[in-house]
Design a binder for this molecule. Structure first.
Ligand code: SAM
Length: 350
């Protein structure tokens, strides 16, 4: 007896008509209509046959169809908009005809606990090859950037899908953001996001999708980026501390980097400790932020950690807070009146 075959899927155009679905502007929905392009995204994601796949933001299912055609062992989709239930149910039913399993969660991916989504037998050692688990998504640009920051944080701490090893992911971004993620030192697009992404992963810009391939057409083109977590991250520092130094480093892109690094310190000791950071790191204070390698930022972070261990109150200094310091004659001459830790995960301006 021949193996059961996946029934042919209707086109996305027909699905939208059939289920009377339209893109909701408020949710920044743009649907990818070209099967060749969704197949290409999945080809670049990896060989999905027999694997566990998580797709974020399936919408009416164009990428979902391309995933299912590869016959993974199981697909989990996380979609915020319940209007897509009839079409996602239809895809899950079709997949069950080939004994495949597709689970549908109506949830915000930013609030989804992903660690419980995959079976324990898929776990691999961090130093081993990547596990047979893949994450894929074509999300709104306003979600994909905070999501990659959140995921980088989880990678650094081996949490969520990265408790299973070096799980690979493929996500779409506004073309300019995709270029920033992979920008090398001294390239125009080099920024905070480049440093953060490259400290923990190897990001590759796979290809560009023209805006006209989407309905409705966004104002920008789209870059497809894949990420493989590094066996040995390029920094051993805590994610939040490393992010803090990177954020300050890029506070004025065009100036000498020391002007940026000085913002880590209260005014009264800014010049002295700023220079000390460069001496300890053996770096040139006239370097521009865009010239820094990940290893340079790592050295700055080591220097900052050393200085804050000597003067713990410096660690609490918040450049953005308007009410921060009152000079006093205690051991360090400062007291922190108010300090609010920035919540980096809420920051989308990276
Ligand atoms: N994957 C489809 C495609 O390629 O045509 C739809 C892409 S559309 C740009 C983004 C999808 O992500 C929408 O279906 C939207 O409802 C969903 N979405 C937006 N924010 C989300 C979130 N926080 N969590 C889960 N899904 C989200």
């Amino acid at each position: 007896m021949s193996a059961p075959r996946l029934p042919p899927f209707p086109s996305i155009r027909d699905i939208l008509k059939l289920y009377n679905l339209n893109a909701v502007k408020r949710l920044s929905q743009n649907f990818l209509m070209d099967k060749n392009l969704t197949d290409k995204i999945i080809r670049k994601t990896g060989d999905l046959a027999g694997t566990q796949v998580l797709e974020v933001g399936p919408g009416p299912g164009p990428i979902t169809q391309s995933i299912l055609k590869q016959i993974p062992k199981r697909l989990v989709v996380v979609e915020k908009d319940p209007r897509f239930k009839p079409v996602l149910d239809m895809l899950a039913d079709s997949f069950s005809m080939v004994n495949g399993k597709m689970d549908i969660l109506y949830n915000d991916i930013m609030k989804t606990d992903m660690e419980t989504l995959f079976p324990a037998e898929y776990k691999k050692d961090w130093n081993d090859k990547s596990p047979h688990i893949y994450l894929v998504g074509n999300l709104p640009f306003s979600v994909s950037t905070p999501l990659i920051i959140k995921w980088l944080h989880a990678i650094a701490e081996h949490r969520g899908p990265w408790a299973f090893g070096r799980t690979k992911m493929t996500l779409t971004f506004q073309k300019e953001v995709a270029e920033r993620l992979v920008a090398k030192p001294s390239e125009d697009q080099r920024c905070r996001l480049s440093i953060m992404a490259q400290a923990w992963t190897f990001p590759v810009l796979r290809f560009i999708i023209p805006g006209k391939a989407f309905v409705p057409k966004p104002d920008v083109d789209v870059g497809v980026v894949s990420f493989v977590p590094l066996v040995k991250p390029r920094t051993q520092h805590d994610f939040k501390l490393f992010e803090k130094i990177t954020r300050h480093l890029f506070s004025f892109r065009q100036k000498y980097s020391i002007r940026c690094i000085e913002t880590l310190f209260p005014l009264y000791c800014r010049k002295e400790l700023g220079l000390m950071m460069y001496k300890l790191s053996d770096l040139d204070p006239t370097m521009r932020p865009t010239q820094f390698t990940v290893e340079d930022v790592d050295r700055l972070t080591t220097a900052y950690k050393y200085l804050t261990e000597k003067h713990p109150e410096i660690n609490l200094y918040n450049y953005r807070s308007s009410r921060h310091l009152l000079p006093l004659s205690n051991t360090t001459d400062v007291v922190i009146q108010e300090c609010t830790e920035l919540d980096l995960l809420k920051e989308t301006s990276i």
